[in-house]
Design a protein around this ligand. Structure first.
Ligand SMILES: Cc1ncc(COP(=O)(O)O)c(C=O)c1O
Length: 308
C-alpha cells in the first residue's frame, strides 16, 4: 500500500509519572501521552485496527468511501488512515466541537458535513441527528460505515496500549482510570493489561454535567469525545470497579494546571482523567500505581474555552 509506513508512527507512546500532582501519602500517578500519535490522539490506534482489518478482509478497497459521525478526534484519525490507505472519508461533524478538528479532517482530504448545534453544546439530540445522517450516507453504494460504536476492531485497537503500559511498569498497575466515549480505549487497554497478566481495578468516568452512567440521565456538557448520551457500547460494567462523575469545570481547570505545572498538554477528557486519578491515588494509598491517559494533544483546543 502506498505510504503505509506512516502508520508505523502510531503507538509506543511515552508513559510518564505525574509526580507533581501526586497527593502526599498517596499512590503514584502515571499518564500515557497519547497526543504523540500522528493525529495527536489515541484514536489513531483504532482507525488502523478498523480500516486495516476491513481492507484485509476485502470489505474495503482503495477508492471506497468510509463514513462516520464524529466529534473530531475519531474523524481525524479515520481521515489520516484513509489518506494513507487510498480511501475517501466523509465525516458527519458538528459546530459543537473544535473548529480545529474540522480543519484537521479537511487537511487529510476528508469531506466534512456539519450538523448545527444551535448553541446548545453536545446534547443527546445532536448526537442522534449526526448518527441518522451518517447512517443514511453509509447506505449508499461504495460506502463503508466505520462503526466506531459497534466494530469489535475498535476495542481491539487499544489492546497494545494496555500491553505497553504493563511493559513500561514491569507489570505493576493497580488502577486504570479513564473518561469514556465509546468505552473502547479504557476496555481495550484493560484487555491488554489482562493479556500481559496484570490485574488492575478499572474505573470509568463521565462528566458530572451529563451523569448518564451514574444516574441514568444525560445532559449538555462541554467535554469533547466523552459523555455521548447513551450507554457506551464497549463498556463492560462487569469488568469495572467503579464509575465516577467528575465536574467538567474542575477538569478544565486541571488541564490548565497540568500544562503549567507538569507540561502535560491535553483536552477536557484528560482533565477529567487526572482529577479522578488524584482522587484514586489518595484512596488507594502509597506503594500503588494509578494509570490514566492524556487522550490527545491540547493544541487542538487552543482558541476554545479551555485555554482561550
Ligand atoms: C478527546 C477524547 N477523549 C476521550 C475519548 C473517549 O474514548 P473512547 O471513545 O475510546 O471511550 C474520545 C473519543 O472520541 C476523545 O475524542
Amino acid at each position: 500500500m502506498r505510504g503505509d509506513e506512516t502508520l508505523t508512527a502510531v503507538g509506543n507512546t511515552p508513559l510518564v509519572r505525574l509526580r507533581a500532582l501526586e497527593p502526599e501519602g498517596g499512590a503514584e500517578i502515571w499518564i500515557k501521552l497519547e497526543g504523540g500519535n500522528p493525529t495527536g490522539s489515541y484514536k489513531d490506534r483504532m482507525a488502523i485496527s478498523v480500516l486495516g482489518g476491513a481492507m484485509r478482509r476485502g470489505d474495503l478497497r482503495p477508492g471506497d468511501r468510509v463514513v462516520e459521525y464524529t466529534g473530531g478526534s475519531t474523524g481525524t484519525a479515520l481521515a489520516f488512515v484513509s489518506a494513507v490507505l487510498g480511501l475517501r472519508f466523509t465525516a458527519v461533524f458538528s459546530d459543537a466541537f473544535s473548529a480545529s478538528k474540522r480543519q484537521a479532517m479537511a487537511a487529510f482530504g476528508a469531506e466534512v458535513l456539519v450538523e448545527e448545534s444551535h448553541g446548545q453544546g453536545i446534547t443527546p439530540d445532536l448526537i442522534q441527528r449526526m448518527k441518522a445522517r451518517a447512517f443514511a450516507l453509509a447506505g449508499e453504494p461504495g460506502s463503508y460505515y466505520a462503526d466506531q460504536f459497534g466494530s469489535p476492531e475498535v476495542r481491539a485497537g487499544y489492546e497494545p496500549m494496555g500491553r505497553e503500559i504493563a511493559e513500561a511498569l514491569g507489570g505493576q498497575v493497580d488502577a486504570l482510570v479513564s473518561a469514556v466515549g465509546t468505552g473502547a480505549a479504557l476496555m481495550g487497554a484493560a484487555d491488554g493489561l489482562t493479556q500481559a497478566g496484570v490485574t488492575a481495578q478499572v474505573i470509568a468516568l463521565e462528566p458530572l454535567q451529563s451523569p448518564l452512567l451514574t444516574t441514568g440521565k444525560g445532559g449538555a456538557h462541554r467535554v469533547e469525545g466523552v459523555g455521548v448520551g447513551f450507554e457506551p457500547p464497549f463498556l463492560d460494567r462487569g469488568r469495572l470497579s467503579d464509575i465516577r462523575a467528575i465536574d467538567q469545570e474542575q477538569g478544565f481547570e486541571m488541564c490548565r494546571r497540568l500544562a503549567r505545572e507538569t507540561g502535560v498538554f491535553g483536552g477536557g477528557s484528560t482533565g477529567l482523567n487526572v482529577v479522578a486519578a488524584i482522587q484514586l491515588a489518595q484512596e488507594i494509598g502509597p506503594g500503588k500505581r494509578v494509570v490514566t491517559f492524556c487522550c490527545d494533544n491540547g493544541g487542538k483546543y487552543l482558541g476554545g474555552h479551555i485555554y482561550g
